[in-house]
Design a protein around this ligand. Structure first.
Ligand code: ISE
Length: 335
């Protein structure tokens, strides 16, 4: 029997996932779409026969026809839905961030621990990107010696209305917090944020770009250029320095065209295109596991640990200093 998924939130990411499940994912179908705006929910299911549009997440969770939930609302709305879904003991795919702060994320971890088994996968899709996975393998194999430094560029063409200064950390750099943890297999111990010259393309109240500096338990250094009004397109790239070499991923990919006296290619316009394949692999992995009553991938612990980094990052934005990341002990469920 197919997974019958309720998608909560029919915004930019929700719609992308609805179409993905409907058109490309095997073993799952969209059974319900929930949005506070019923017109938006209805529009999202227009081409999906049998799906229902609702305005209340609890009503979807109470529907016996539904046996999995994908949460794609804005981050500050995740906590309540996560707890309600854990009560139902069904597989959950929660878009990042798990919740916006460490305390609420920890409550989710504790609720899952009480349940006694993992139910939540967090939407850190970069782990499913082919080049991310390859760099992870190079690091773990030790073939280039020890990893020493990670340089990240994270550029968006522009930000939607209401994208606050904190969101550069909580919605964008949260991906690098997870990536650094994924690559090193270590926790991040400190975060510092430097603000330099500000682009005229940044909206009122937002300082863009910012330079984020991180350290891990063993002393691996990482930096992130977060630049969310870069105009030219969407780019996420990493360069890793090892004892015996350097590895770059995520920059330009083909086709590489020479014509009319110039050479070049195209820059992806947004994360849907840049990470489209990764999202497909991510959601298929979630569905495959869920059909076996299992859950894999980035866990609620990863959601909590990155939320703690975000909290430190937002404090670091204000103080300019180096802020220590303090984590609660990791429950055995996540080892
Ligand atoms: C957005 O929410 C994402 O998750 C994207 O991956 C990220 O690049 C973007 O900056 C965020 O706003």
């Amino acid at each position: 029997q197919n997974l019958r998924v309720a998608v909560i939130g029919a915004g930019r990411m929700g719609i992308d996932h609805i179409q993905r499940i409907h058109r490309r994912i095997h073993g799952a179908e969209v059974a319900a779409v929930v949005d506070i705006d019923l017109d938006r929910a209805n529009a999202a299911i227009a081409d999906i026969p049998g799906a229902v549009a609702l305005t209340d997440a609890q009503a979807a969770l109470d529907n016996p026809d539904i046996n999995a939930v994908l949460i794609a609302t804005p981050g500050f709305l995740h906590e309540e839905i996560l707890h309600a879904a854990l009560v139902k003991d069904i597989p959950i795919l929660c878009e990042k961030p798990l919740t916006p702060d460490a305390e609420s994320a920890w409550k989710v971890v504790q609720a899952e621990e009480k349940l006694g088994r993992k139910r939540i996968q967090v939407g850190f899709m970069r782990r499913y990107d082919a080049e991310y996975a390859q760099l992870g393998n190079i690091i773990r194999s030790g073939e280039l010696g020890e990893l020493l430094v990670l340089h990240h560029q994270h550029r968006n063409p522009a930000t939607p209305p209401g994208f606050t200064n904190e969101m550069l950390i909580n919605d964008s750099v949260v991906h690098e917090f997870d990536a650094v943890r994924f690559f090193t297999g270590e926790e991040i111990t400190s975060v510092q944020v430097r603000m330099g010259k500000r682009t005229r393309n940044a909206p009122e109240g937002q300082h863009d770009p910012q330079h984020v500096l991180l350290e891990t338990e063993s002393g691996v250094l990482a930096d992130v250029e977060i630049y969310v009004n870069a105009q030219y397109g969407y780019e996420v790239a990493t360069q890793a320095s090892f004892e015996e070499g350097v590895v770059s991923i995520g920059s330009d990919s083909g086709p590489y065209v020479r014509t009319q006296g110039r050479w070049g290619g195209t820059v992806t316009p947004g994360f849907e295109e840049r990470f489209g394949a990764a999202y497909d692999v991510e959601i298929q992995a979630w569905v495959d596991a869920a059909l076996k009553d299992e859950i894999g991938g980035p866990s609620a612990w990863d959601g909590y640990a990155t939320a703690a980094c975000c909290e430190a990052g937002v404090e670091a934005q204000k103080t300019g200093g180096k802020v220590t990341v303090a984590l609660n002990p990791k429950p055995a469920l996540y080892n």
